[in-house]
Design a protein around this ligand. Structure first.
Ligand code: IMP
Length: 182
C-alpha cells in the first residue's frame, strides 16, 4: 500500500533532548550511586539512540543489554498481547536494572516487560522513557523517569520510526499528513 504523504514538524529539538538527558543522568547517578554494575536494558528498536546518549552521560559502571518485545493490539478490547521476541543475553538476578524505552503509550509494553524481568529477581528494577503520552494510557503504568510528556500525536525521530522510516532524525518531530484523508 503506498504511504500517505506527510511532513514532519519539529516538536523537541536535539538541543532540548541533550539538555534533558543531562538532568536525567544526574538523577539516575544519584539513585544508583555505589552500584556494583548497573544493567541498562534497551528495548529494541526505538530506544537505540536514547540509550546510546544516556549511557554516555552515566558516570557509573554499566553493562548494556537489549530486549525486544512486540505488542499486538486487539481493536475490539483494550487488551494487548505482548511477546518477548529477543531475550537478554545476561543474567539480572540480584543486579540493579534500568529499562530504557522510547515512548510509553498505552503502557502495555513496559508493564509486561517489567513484570517479565521482575520474575528474575533483580535487586532494583527501574524504568525510564524518553517520551510519555499519558492521554493514551490503557493500563496503569508509570515510568520512574520521563524525559518529556507529550500530547496524543504520532511522533518520529531520535530512534523512533513511522513504518521503519525517520529513525535517524536528530530531533523528535510530529507527523502531519498532507493529503485530504481524515
Ligand atoms: P505501548 O505498549 O502502547 O506503551 O507501546 C509503546 C510502543 O509503541 C513504543 O515503544 C513505540 O514503539 C510505539 N509507539 C507509540 N507511540 C508512537 C509514536 O508516536 N510513534 C512511533 N511509535 C510509537
Amino acid at each position: 500500500m503506498p504511504q500517505r504523504p506527510y511532513v514532519i514538524d519539529e516538536m523537541i529539538s536535539a538541543k532540548a533532548i541533550a539538555a534533558r538527558i543531562e538532568d536525567l543522568a544526574r538523577d539516575i547517578r544519584g539513585e544508583f550511586a555505589g552500584t556494583d554494575k548497573l544493567v541498562v536494558v534497551g528495548l529494541l528498536r526505538g530506544s537505540f539512540v536514547f540509550i546510546a546518549d544516556l549511557v554516555r552521560e552515566l558516570d557509573l559502571p554499566v553493562e548494556v543489554d537489549f530486549l525486544e518485545a512486540s505488542s499486538y493490539g486487539n481493536s475490539t478490547e483494550s487488551s494487548r498481547e505482548v511477546r518477548i521476541l529477543k531475550d537478554l543475553r545476561g543474567q539480572i538476578e540480584g543486579r540493579d536494572v534500568l529499562v530504557v524505552e522510547d515512548i510509553v503509550d498505552t503502557g502495555h509494553t513496559l508493564s509486561h516487560v517489567t513484570h517479565f524481568l521482575s520474575t528474575r529477581n533483580p535487586a532494583r528494577l527501574r524504568t525510564i522513557a524518553l517520551l510519555d503520552k499519558p492521554a493514551r494510557r490503557e493500563v496503569d503504568f508509570k515510568a520512574h523517569w520521563i524525559g518529556f510528556e507529550i500530547p496524543d500525536e504520532f511522533v518520529v525521530g531520535y530512534g523512533i520510526d513511522f513504518a521503519q522510516r525517520n529513525r535517524n532524525l536528530p530531533y523528535i518531530g510530529k507527523v502531519r499528513f498532507t493529503d485530504d484523508s481524515p
